[in-house]
Ligand binder design. Structure first.
Ligand code: 5AD
Ligand code: SF4
Length: 435
């Protein structure tokens, strides 16, 4: 029996806190131990939920035992499916060079830039399949079958910037909206209480209508629901990031967009790569879980740029990689740019897995927009993380960073159902067991 209620699902399996060393706790899940950062005053012996490696809330013994009873059988059944799907079979058609590079991955060696370039240049199906399978196998060996599923709430489409690729840039003549703090909190509450989300990503354009006080209140109230709060609000002052950490936000999503300075300067007028990188580093230093990354397929991008983007993400200490294809948006300077290919995205996922075996790698909405099988194929090429849109439907279509988003009219419940079905079919547990 698969565990999912009417419209809800279990986004985290409760575990028992079995040890505490300083601010690190050890949580037991059916005999498997994981380390988590303690962010709640739980005691050894109590049941807890963890998300993104953070112990976010306690759970009563009764609730934990009930959930665990439902999960027990499935926990091991899913792992078996995943193990089977992540085995690697060679066809005999692969070149000696490709096999030699993938062998380095298999024995735990880091690939050189030259190796990465060689993999990026591959174009025959058999070799590419072996690359994706190897990445999926590495994901399975190092991270098991957990797939975190976060809910993303797009609360304002106002932005003071004018990035050339973005559909909600300042000069776009789109209908703008701002959710009030109360609306944001209510939408989050629905996602947490009715739909079972354990991590909420708060995303907007760079919109200073939300001053520190408003943001801090929103974060505080959502954190009090016992979930992980992610902020994705662009470049704001260091004080703002510090204040929101103090209010209970524990994760930041802020892409550097591209490591190529020329491209950055040409496409993001009035903004500055160094300032962005410094803020990302500051957030990491404050203790935030860091999700960062880049856009794949910006004008003039070379294979070397793409590899530099992966390596920069790693050097920033990303816990989660967030990258997606450029989707040309109407009435933006890049509307005529050729979209990136699915193959390029899958290669980027696989290379990222090789570069950072333990990382969380997201299949982003932009990738899902590019190709309807993105989730499935991305999860089978090394990815292990998803975001579901929990923005109220009336606002969703206005958050038009790029056109063609697959989920603009779909009810959240429908999206959840499809996601759970997909994850189960791949042997993945829609949960997050910690680090
Ligand atoms: N295509 C793909 N991604 C885009 N973003 C902005 N515009 C586009 C586009 N046209 C991404 C940026 C930003 C994130 C919220 O959306 O990387 O960080
Ligand atoms: Fe604003 Fe971000 Fe869009 Fe740039 S990419 S215009 S900062 S929302």
């Amino acid at each position: 029996m698969l565990y999912s209620g009417e419209n809800t699902l279990c986004y985290a399996i409760p575990g028992k806190l079995v040890a505490i060393k300083g601010n690190i706790g050890v949580v037991d899940y059916f005999g498997e131990h994981r380390n988590v950062l303690i962010d709640t005053d739980a005691k050894v012996g109590e049941y807890v939920y963890a998300q993104g490696g953070v112990l976010i809330s306690k759970v009563s013994k009764e609730e934990a035992e009930e959930t665990l009873a439902l999960w027990k059988e499935q926990f091991f059944a899913l792992k078996k499916v995943d193990q089977k799907l992540s085995s690697v079979k060679k066809t005999g058609k692969e070149s000696a060079n490709t096999l030699a590079i993938l062998q380095k991955v298999n024995v735990g060696k880091q690939l050189s830039k030259e190796d990465m370039l060689a993999l990026l240049k591959l174009d025959n199906a058999a070799e590419l399949k072996l690359v994706y399978d190897t990445a999926n196998n590495l994901r399975q060996k190092r991270n098991d079958n957990a797939c975190c599923v976060h809910g993303i709430l797009e609360f304002s489409n106002y932005c003071k910037n004018n990035c050339h690729y973005c559909g909600i840039r300042k000069s776009s003549r789109i209908k703008r909206y701002r959710m009030t703090p109360d609306e944001i909190i209510a939408a989050a509450e629905h996602a947490v209480k009715e739909l079972g989300f354990k991590a909420i990503v708060l995303q907007s354009g760079e919109d200073e209508w939300y001053d520190d006080e408003r943001l801090a209140r929103i974060v505080r109230e959502i954190r009090a629901m016992g979930v992980l709060v992610f902020i994705s609000i662009g470049v704001r002052s260091k004080e703002t990031y510090k204040r929101l950490y103090d209010a209970g936000a524990r994760a930041v999503l802020l892409r550097f967009e591209t490591s190529n300075r020329k491209t950055f300067d040409a496409l993001r007028p009035g903004t500055n790569l160094d300032e962005r990188l410094e803020l990302i580093k500051y957030a990491k230093k404050l203790g935030y879980i860091l999700a960062t990354g880049f856009i794949v397929g910006l004008p003039g991008e070379t294979d070397e740029d793409l590899i530099d983007n992966i390596l920069l993400t790693r050097s920033l200490g990303a816990d989660m990689y967030s990258f997606g294809p450029l989707i040309p948006a109407e009435e933006t300077p890049l509307e005529k740019q050729k979209p990136t290919t699915k193959e390029m995205l899958l290669k980027t996922i696989a290379l990222t897995r090789f570069a950072d075996p333990e990382a969380k790698i997201l299949v982003t909405t932009a990738f899902e927009t590019l190709d309807k099988d993105a989730r499935r194929e991305g999860l089978l090429a090394g990815a292990n993380s998803l975001m579901l849109n929990i923005t109220p439907v009336q606002f969703r279509k206005l958050y038009r960073i790029y056109p063609g988003r697959p989920d603009t009219d779909k009810k959240i419940e429908e999206g959840i159902k499809q996601t759970v079905e997909l994850l189960y079919s791949l042997g993945r547990a829609p949960t997050d067991l910690g680090i």
